[in-house]
Every structure is written in structure tokens, then in C-alpha cells.
Design a protein around this ligand. Structure first.
Ligand code: SF4
Length: 172
């Protein structure tokens, strides 16, 4: 069984993604890297749900450091872009780049991301960014009703589901 690092955007999106990866025979290691989230209280709330899910599913969870300042630097000049615009591409680059680094540090061969579950994210855009990083595995988790399955599992597990993507510009 090959091990894969799964970038976790939030616990609800991870539910169906983990299920799909396990169906495909992967051993999943979770990686929570979300410096895009603002404010920090919201970041901690989503992190606590990821920890809960890791416990329920008996999975290892690796936690990245939270550095919203570095993320703001990355998206500087793109603050007024709409959701699904150029700011989001930079945001993907930030989180996927950190996941690629973590994959190497942990001695794993591949990584992917839960971001493709969401109906609000363009999978082709996500994959175009992911291809810049060695080890990126393209999996479109929204296929085969992945998004609906993530909602169903989140309800069953009583997971907190956020009302906005994550950054202050998406909350606006
Ligand atoms: S809207 Fe979401 S994907 Fe886009 S920049 Fe903000 S947090 Fe990142």
C-alpha cells in the first residue's frame, strides 16, 4: 500500500477524500496547512475539527505552522480578485507548495489535496498549479458525487461546516 500526503483544507472536505483514497488502496497521512484562513480563531476552529476527524478515522495528522502574514504577502495586489480568480491560484500555490515540501520531509512519494472536492473550486485550475510540484497526484474528488458525499459524512460526524472559503477577502 502506498502512503500519500493529503493536504486538508478542512475536515468536511477530508471525509469523502479520505474515503476515496482508501478505496484506491492508499494509506493516508493528513496535512493541515491553511495560512489562508482568517481570523486565527476560525483557523483554530477548523484545525480542531481536523484533529477530531483524524481521531475518528485513526489517521496521522501533521500540522503546518500558521503564518497568515506570509500568505498575505503571496497574494498582495490580488485582494480585490473574485473567488475563483487569480488570488485563488496564488493561494493554491502557497498551500500546495508547503505540502510538497512536507511530503519530501516526511519521506513520502506523493501528495494531493482535498480542495478538489469543493464545487466552488475549479479542478483544472487546481491541477494546473499542482503540476508545478513534484509528487502531485491529480485526483478530482468532486467526481462521483464527492461533494454530496462530503456533506453526508460531515452531517453524520457532526463536523463544523464553515460559511466562507477562508481568507478575509472571501468572507467580505
Ligand atoms: S477565496 Fe479561498 S481559495 Fe481563494 S484566496 Fe481566499 S481562501 Fe484562497
Amino acid at each position: 500500500m502506498s502512503r500519500i500526503l493529503l493536504h486538508v483544507c478542512c475536515a468536511p472536505c477530508s471525509t469523502a477524500s479520505v474515503e476515496r483514497l482508501q478505496e484506491q488502496g492508499y494509506e493516508v497521512v493528513l496535512f493541515f496547512s491553511n495560512s489562508n484562513i482568517h481570523p486565527e480563531e476560525e483557523y483554530l476552529r477548523r484545525l480542531s475539527q481536523a484533529r477530531r476527524l483524524a481521531g475518528i478515522m485513526h489517521l496521522e495528522l501533521v500540522e503546518d505552522e500558521y503564518d497568515h502574514g506570509a500568505w498575505l504577502t503571496r497574494v498582495r495586489g490580488l485582494e480585490d480578485e473574485p473567488e475563483r480568480g487569480r488570488r485563488c491560484l496564488k493561494c493554491f500555490e502557497h498551500s500546495l507548495g508547503r505540502t510538497a515540501q512536507a511530503m519530501k520531509r516526511l519521506g513520502l512519494q506523493g501528495f494531493t489535496t482535498t480542495l478538489s472536492v469543493s464545487r466552488h473550486k475549479s479542478s483544472p485550475d487546481l491541477f494546473a498549479v499542482g503540476r508545478f510540484f513534484e509528487g502531485f497526484v491529480e485526483i478530482d474528488f468532486k467526481k462521483r458525487d464527492g461533494f454530496a458525499r462530503s456533506i453526508e459524512l460531515s452531517r453524520q460526524l457532526d463536523l463544523y461546516r464553515q460559511g466562507y472559503c477562508g481568507c478575509e477577502f472571501s468572507a467580505r
